[in-house]
Design a protein around this ligand. Structure first.
Ligand code: ADP
Ligand code: MG
Length: 676
């Protein structure tokens, strides 16, 4: 018996159920048990007299009539009986669960969870809680989908725990920390998160899990900066300021004040015999790419290699073209992506390790084993928030302590940035290039589509280009694709020969993607229908309209990124959010998009509205998704974990001490998992 056992070992899980569970990412018992409830139904018992109409509550009473099942329609049934609580008699009915009849009988003490109907003084039963009920019981509620029901998950978890699987979770935290904070053991915490005996039990379990998650995260993060501090002075990069200036003067535009300032900060860092560890933040469209290019050029004039890592193939292609256009005559630039043929790749890797290539642009293919540089001086990650901590670490280890610049458009608060990236310097581009007009954003309904389309015809006639983003289906790339194809067909039908359309999606091969992006750039395509693959970084200044279908499915940060694809040229630009949000919250979120173009303001608003919404960009900020902890709400635990991690790193060779061996094991496992 081990945690890696397939969930198939549980009774009632056949091939079909296996597949259904896999759709929730539950394949092993470990997955099942680490899939904690996301909220808890509070089963506090109530008196009938305190209930309000529509409230869900638990009633306890004596069954005073024999239960009766009435069948009606096809397969429909109603089980009813009456219970007595104090002086009140309450009718209880359960729909379509005739088998519950055997669970109650006249004279029994019944504990029923249901929904109160105050006019009829009746309870619509949802659940019979049985005999082990305690006054403060609380029931976990899991994320489910159409394939797996709440009650099924619950049963499987119960079964796994009964079989003793929870006990297999090995303790991770050293004893002295468990004692210091009086933390529950790991196995008990896992069990208590699923089946808390009481509210206190649940609180103790979450407290432990939050601390563990934060401590592991902080240990890894601080491991990075610890290595920085330890290292003897990093190499100073003696770039040639005259040649860098020449490049700046040859740009097709003048740098903004903010760009010049930020570039100066970076160049100063390069020159210092100290390690650069800098985060460059700038709202979408603020012109970060050219700063990266100039910093890479500076490294080149010092005879050092540089590398630029980006999250998508499309961006790799775009940045490669951009660098080639700027420096291609003198500098050797290569693109390293996963789509290369083995032979090409082999040659390229040899050239990189021989130092024949000066600049490498690529996706995470850059950090794969086998990629070795001969003298890597500078590494830059674009759209930094898309990479995890371990990926950044590996990237850095490719060089002999290279300087590191991370670029991000996600304006996360400073404290959060430190949490996510560790201690580092910060540069901000807080100014857009001259002549930019704010993007006009409108929320429209699906029924307005005819109006929107006829207006788009006009935009195309004026020589402008359009992005159309198909609805987002988070769980399924396949459905994403289907949606995009359907949208393309509809638009094709409408525009006929008035517009040239093309489709872009994540499943295409690299050269297909590249060809389509190029065609759009060259204005051989008027309307680009796409999934969110173009979300980050794509730059086509002649595109003036961004239409986002079912915009209410996207997070604010994502909408802002998408909107950032337009308004990059001089022409007036628009973003049309097509949605029929059903909730007030949903309407408000979209309204905010129409009120500001400023990512930092959006971030603040999003924080204010927090509760149901995601925190702006947090999901994409590179901060791992914690299972239980919440960076904002549990800030105090995070702080404790942070200082504990610091103390641990200050112990010489802590990894070799027996009390830390389990902790260290888990950390090492984390680091390797990124190569899976
Ligand atoms: P982001 O910060 O979102 O990565 P980009 O680097 O893609 O932004 O720049 C957006 C657009 O602005 C590009 O077309 C770029 O060439 C242009 N650009 C950058 N800096 C300037 C500037 N100082 N003046 C005018 N246009 C600029
Ligand atoms: Mg960019």
């Amino acid at each position: 018996m081990k945690l890696e056992d397939s969930v198939g070992v549980l009774a009632g899980v056949g091939p079909k159920k296996l597949e259904a569970l896999a759709s929730l990412n539950i394949k092993t018992i470990e997955d099942l048990l680490l899939n904690f409830p996301f909220r808890y139904e509070d089963f506090a018992r109530k008196s009938v007299y305190d209930l309000i109409d529509g409230e869900k509550a638990v009633l306890i009473g004596t069954v005073v009539t024999e239960p009766v099942v009435n069948y009606y329609g096809r397969r429909k049934s109603k089980l009813s009986f009456k219970i007595k609580q104090e002086a009140a008699i309450v009718t209880v009915s359960f729909f379509n669960q005739p088998y519950l009849k055997d669970k109650v009988a006249s004279g029994y003490q019944a504990v029923i969870f249901g929904k109160w109907d105050d006019t009829r003084k009746a309870l619509t039963g949802l659940k019979i809680l049985g005999g082990q009920f305690k006054a403060d019981d609380f029931q976990g509620i899991y994320h489910t989908n159409k394939n797996v029901k709440q009650s099924e998950l619950e049963k499987l978890v119960r079964q796994a725990i009964k079989l003793g699987y929870a006990a297999l979770f090995e303790e991770v935290l050293p004893k002295f920390l468990l004692e210091k904070y009086r933390l529950m053991s790991y196995p008990s915490a896992v069990k208590a998160l699923h089946l808390p005996n009481s509210e206190t039990d649940y609180h103790q379990a979450t407290r432990r899990m939050k601390y563990q998650e934060f401590l592991l995260f902080q240990l890894r993060l601080q491991g990075l900066s610890y290595l920085d501090r330890q290292e003897v002075a990093g190499a100073a990069i003696h770039y040639d300021p005259v040649r860098v200036d020449t490049q700046i003067n040859q740009l097709p535009f003048e740098l903004t004040g903010a760009q010049s300032l930020v570039l100066a900060e970076i160049l100063l860092d390069l020159k210092q015999p100290r390690h650069m560890n800098r985060l460059l933040q700038g709202d979408v469209g603020s012109g970060k790419t050219v700063i990266a290019a100039l910093a890479m050029y500076a490294a080149y004039t010092a005879n050092l290699q540089s590398a630029l890592m980006v999250p998508t193939e499309i961006l790799a292609i775009q940045h490669f073209n951009h660098l080639t256009k700027l420096f291609g005559k003198t500098v050797k630039i290569a693109r390293l992506t996963s789509g290369l043929k083995p032979k090409e790749k082999e040659l390229l890797l040899a050239a990189i390790s021989a130092g024949e290539i000066d600049m490498v642009v690529g996706t995470h293919a850059i950090i794969q084993a086998g990629v070795n540089f001969s003298k890597l001086g500078l590494v830059i990650t674009d759209e930094q928030h898309r990479f995890g901590v371990s990926q950044r670490q590996v990237f850095r280890e490719k060089g002999q302590q290279p300087d590191v610049l991370m670029m991000s458009a996600t304006p996360i608060p400073r404290t959060l940035a430190i949490t996510a990236y560790g201690e580092m310097s910060l540069s901000v581009i807080d100014e857009l290039p001259k002549g930019r007009k704010p993007v006009i954003t409108r929320v429209m309904r699906h029924k307005d589509m005819p109006k929107i389309l006829s207006w788009l015809k006009g935009e195309i006639a004026r020589g402008h280009q359009i992005y159309f983003i198909s609805p987002l289906i988070e769980e399924s790339e396949q459905l994403d694709l289907k949606n995009a194809v359907e949208l393309l067909d509809e638009l094709q039908l409408y525009f006929k020969t008035d517009a040239r359309l093309a489709l872009l999606h994540g499943r295409m091969k690299n050269d297909e993607k590249s060809a389509i992006m190029q065609a759009f750039k060259d204005h051989q395509v008027d309307i680009l229908v796409s999934t969110t693959v173009i979300e980050v970084g794509v730059d086509v200044p002649n595109a003036t309209v961004m239409v986002i279908m079912d915009a209410d499915r996207f997070g604010l940060a994502q909408l802002h990124q998408l909107r950032g694809r337009v308004g990059r040229g001089v022409a007036k630009s628009y973003t049309v959010l097509v949605a029929d949000p059903k909730t007030k919250q949903g309407r408000e979120r979209l309204k905010i998009m129409t009120e500001t173009n400023d990512g930092f303001v959006l971030a603040e608003k999003d924080l204010e509205m927090r509760g149901s919404g995601e925190v702006f960009g947090l999901k994409q900020s590179g901060v791992p998704e914690f299972l239980v902890a919440d960076i904002l709400q549990d800030a105090n635990i995070l702080e404790v974990a942070r200082s504990d991690a610091k103390l641990i790193w200050q112990l010489p060779n802590w990894q070799e001490k027996p009390e830390f061996s389990d902790l260290n094991k888990v950390l090492t496992r984390f680091d390797q998992s990124i190569f899976d």
